[in-house]
Design a binder for this molecule. Sequence first.
Ligand SMILES: [Fe+2]
Length: 263
Amino acid sequence: MKKEDIIFFHSWFDNYVKPFCSIEGDMLMNMLQKRSHTKRVCDMVAELGSLLKLDEQKMFIAETIALFHDVGRFEQLRRYKTYNDTDSENHALLSVKVLEREGVLECLSSEERRLVTAAVRQHNAYTLPEDMSGDALFFSRLIRDADKLDIVWVEIDYFTNRDMEPNSAMEWGFPDTGSCTPGLISDILANRCLRKERLKTQDDIKLMMLGWVFDFNFTASLKIFSDQKYLERLITFLPDNGEISKVRSHIESFVADTLSQKL
Ligand SMILES: [Fe+2]
């Protein structure tokens, strides 16, 4: 892959999203947010990639994946007016459909195209397929970490300012019950990530994001999560009760133990 390919992909992306970001109404904010999320995920992948000392070719592939991982979100928002895949369709598969339909990856070799498509397709899966290996596995892991780190940032930013600008797509249309759905906390205490299909309240979304600490693939990602104080910041939006304090100390020790073993 050449630098020119990356430049072409960025300008293709900017042109592709332009009409989605020229609308009026409630969905505009969500379209703009997905556009800026994409750009930040590109930066996050570059940051992780340099910590992992990726060579230039790998950096190019990683950046392409980051740029296109959520390209299906725009059509999803326009068609279904939601981010909730369960209520609409899997946005990662939609991203792959858009890339194939538009033929945007045609300038790449078949191996590069295979890697980009595989990572985009799997970026939001609960777990990666067991038969995935080699570079496809590596790039899928990288985009999953970078994407999660930025989504947590977006979530914190949203809930910090929610009262000024409530947005039901950001809340997946879930009610604010001030509690988590029974059963989810025990999953977190057993180091299990929460499946999206089981979430029912706004607090469940925040809990799911806390559970992502169990799913980071690279120590560098967990370190960013810890350095940015994402646990402490997400916890402030959850109820102040005994169960949530248990979650907090459980995750604190998980993060501290994992970082001390790996650093
Ligand atoms: Fe996504």
